[in-house]
Design a protein around this ligand. Structure first.
Ligand code: ATP
Ligand code: MG
Length: 339
């Protein structure tokens, strides 16, 4: 609908992936990653996004792979700005003359300094105007939850670096909590478990592969198994281990319980009327970590409220951010305000 000269985009700046969308569709999804080269101690970006991802774990000496976001917040400002500029250009929205308006996500509950960093980075990356939106609010819009009604809607964004639970009504967040742990912490728990039990060290990419191939939040009726290569802790030599689902369930139990507790806390903080709405409507789960086998069953069991996976768990947040630009007049009172 929008004329070509006034494009609105949504940007979901995630710990692991950055996505850009217009209200109708996702334009781009790439790793939040950069490869740096150092010349006389001065860093220079040699690869970003997708290209940097292909170099993970195999960069030659003198180069360094950097994740500019840690647990959902900017850790390396210049790299984030450069990455955003690169991705905006690549998504081919706007032009030097007609720069897009951008609605960009921030995790709920981050400091004003952290919010300001996201705002500045997006502005310098080429946006004409920048608005910030809490990720769970964007996700609820993208998941088509009826957030404009007085009834309570609950959504949990389960990403790579953070878990954010929120209750939303009348276009605003009523109560919310952020745990700075996500899928990356599940991988770490798997690495620790295998090291302790088998004396074998798995690389981060292998841990991710194990989690996706056989991982689950609750025991499965039929165990899955996988053989992977690690490095023997003492000899340093390659060593194969075979892992089964129940071991992964055990390995990640503690981290999952922290995620459950975060959701429980938000339910407890919500007014009773909204809680009864949530019991009726269920808890919506989104983000990559919500794709873990049995995550909906774990949440349903532990919360005593039905939990379900939304239609587009990986894309609802960025689509919601893009759609939020048009909703700005109604949302503005509830969006993060820069100090
Ligand atoms: N099928 C799957 N099973 C388990 N975990 C998965 C699966 N697919 C993706 N993930 C996990 O989802 C996470 C990525 O999710 P997502 O893209 O929502 O994160 P993000 O937006 O980059 O991070 P955040 O929102 O925390 O800043 C990774 O930790 C990844 O391991
Ligand atoms: Mg995310």
């Amino acid at each position: 609908m929008s004329p070509w000269f006034s494009q609105d985009i949504g940007v979901d700046l995630g710990t692991e992936k950055t996505r850009i969308a217009v209200p109708e569709r996702v334009l781009l999804e790439e790793a939040t990653l950069a490869v740096l080269a150092f010349e006389d101690d001065v860093p220079r970006i040699v690869a970003s996004g997708e290209e940097a991802e292909t170099m993970l774990g195999r960069v030659p000496e003198g180069l360094e792979v950097v994740r500019p976001l840690h647990h959902g917040v900017i850790a390396y400002y210049e790299i984030t700005e450069a990455l955003l500029r690169y991705l905006v250009r690549k998504s081919r929205v706007g032009s030097w003359l007609f720069r897009p308006r951008a609605m960009i996500t921030v995790p709920h509950g981050v400091t004003s300094v952290e919010q300001r960093a996201v705002y500045e980075a997006m502005l310098r990356a080429g946006a004409r105007e920048v608005y910030l939106i809490q990720a769970p609010l964007a996700a609820a819009i993208g998941a088509d939850l009826p957030i404009g009604t007085p009834a309570g809607n609950m959504i949990v964004c389960m990403g790579a670096g953070a878990t954010q639970a929120a209750v939303i009504a009348m276009y605003g967040i009523v109560s919310a909590e952020t745990l700075r742990k996500g899928g990356q912490d599940l991988n770490e728990a798997i690495v620790n478990y295998v090291r302790k039990k088998y004396g074998v060290i798995l690389g981060p990419t292998t841990a991710e592969e194990v989690k996706r191939a056989i991982g689950a939040a609750v025991p499965l009726e039929e165990e899955l198994s996988i053989e992977v290569q690690g490095q023997h802790q003492v000899t340093g030599l390659p060593k194969a281990v075979t892992l089964v689902t129940s071991e992964i369930v055990e390995a990640i139990y503690d981290v999952l319980q922290e995620m459950v507790a975060t959701v429980q806390k938000v339910i407890e903080q919500s007014p009773p009327e909204l809680v009864s709405d949530i019991i009726d409507r269920g808890v919506a789960l989104c983000g990559g970590t919500a794709l873990l086998r049995g995550m909906d069953r774990l949440m349903t069991k532990e919360l005593g409220v039905p939990a379900y996976l939304v239609d587009q768990p990986l894309h609802c947040t960025v689509l919601g951010a893009a759609r939020a630009v048009a909703l700005y007049p109604r949302l503005r009172r509830h969006l993060p305000r820069l100090m």
